[in-house]
Design a protein around this ligand. Structure first.
Ligand code: G4F
Length: 296
């Protein structure tokens, strides 16, 4: 809401148009009408587990959707810069740390679709001279994270457990290790990528990895809860195949873009848990004192 201003004001900062990455004609119409100077393609069916259930739809939106958008820009001949949200998922089974030169070994329909979109962006840059860049972003979280991604799911469970409206938190693979950073830091990197003189591909991550279990332990400890009493493993959350470790080598972005992440792992999980507690009328301190009553 802080972005929105009354349309009758002269300084309208945000306007929403309806669109759909499965519709080429709609995308072409929008690009022609808006004549954007920058296009950020962040749209996706972005849930890795779900992509195993709906692989065709994921490929259509994530993979072909990018082609449709790039074609709309090319056809309209609008001189805009283009950003493609590539993903660390594309590295899949490749050993960490992963940099721009690490081979891609995708392990999910989502990652395969992202790779298609990634190479399509590179191809439009090379073929048509479009200022088209990719950011290969590692996991980026915040209190605004979707509720079915693991960090938000954990953070949301804590006040519910304290309030007694949730008995257990059911999770899948606790051993997976991810390079978790703060979305705010990563969006600063994205803007730097688009405004950089040369279009290129960039790895963005903190360079630290932590397991899902470490996130769980850290989050529960913040409110004084013993995670072992409340967390259960449910194999339904396992993926047919998962990625063991993702850890970024973002030295190119540090050196050439001057990008350095400001929020570390502990500060990130603190912010996420605190936001959920506040939303539920609790604080980290009241959580600590309420814990004694919660015996599942
Ligand atoms: O939070 P996640 O679902 O994120 P994931 O799969 O790493 O993907 C996210 O980051 C990518 C960047 O690398 C993005 F491209 C992508 O769009 C998305 O934003 O799962 C993280 C890890 C996985 O290993 C998963 O198996 O947590 C494990 N996990 C364990 N229990 C769980 C759960 N994941 C989810 N979503 N839910 C669980 O209950």
């Amino acid at each position: 809401m802080h972005l929105y201003q009354d349309p009758h004001d002269e300084d309208v900062r945000l306007f929403l148009h309806y669109g759909d990455l499965t519709s080429s004609s709609l995308l072409a119409r929008l690009i022609t009408k808006i004549e954007p100077s920058e296009v950020y393609n962040l749209a996706a069916q972005s849930h890795v587990r779900v992509s195993f259930d709906i692989p065709e739809y994921t490929g259509d939106v994530v993979g072909l959707g990018t082609t449709r958008l790039l074609e709309a820009i090319r056809e309209a001949a609008v001189p805009c810069r283009f950003y493609q949200a590539s993903s660390s998922e594309m590295f899949g089974a490749s050993s960490p740390p992963q940099s721009e030169t690490t081979p891609f070994q995708p392990r999910s329909p989502y990652a395969i679709a992202k790779l298609y979109a990634h190479w399509t962006t590179v191809n439009y840059r090379e073929s048509y001279g479009l200022h088209a860049s990719t950011g290969i972003l590692f996991n980026h979280e915040s209190p605004r994270r979707g509720e079915t991604f693991v960090t938000r799911k954990v953070a949301m469970a804590i006040p519910r457990i304290l309030h007694g409206t949730q008995d257990f938190l059911y999770l899948g693979n606790l051993e997976a290790r991810r390079d978790w950073g703060h979305a705010r830091d990563y969006m600063k990197a994205v803007v730097k990528i688009v405004r950089h003189g040369t279009a290129d591909d960039w790895v963005i991550g903190t360079g630290e990895d932590h397991s899902v279990l470490e996130f769980v332990e850290g989050a529960f400890t913040l409110v004084g809860l013993d995670w072992e009493k409340y967390v259960r493993v449910d194999p339904r959350y396992f993926r047919p195949v998962d990625i063991d470790v993702l850890r970024a080598d973002a030295s190119k972005a540090r050196t050439e873009l001057g990008w350095v992440p400001e929020v570390g792992f502990q500060a990130l999980l603190h912010e996420m848990v605190e936001a959920e507690m506040r939303q539920s009328g609790l604080s980290l301190v009241t959580g600590m004192s309420a814990r004694e009553d919660r015996t599942p």
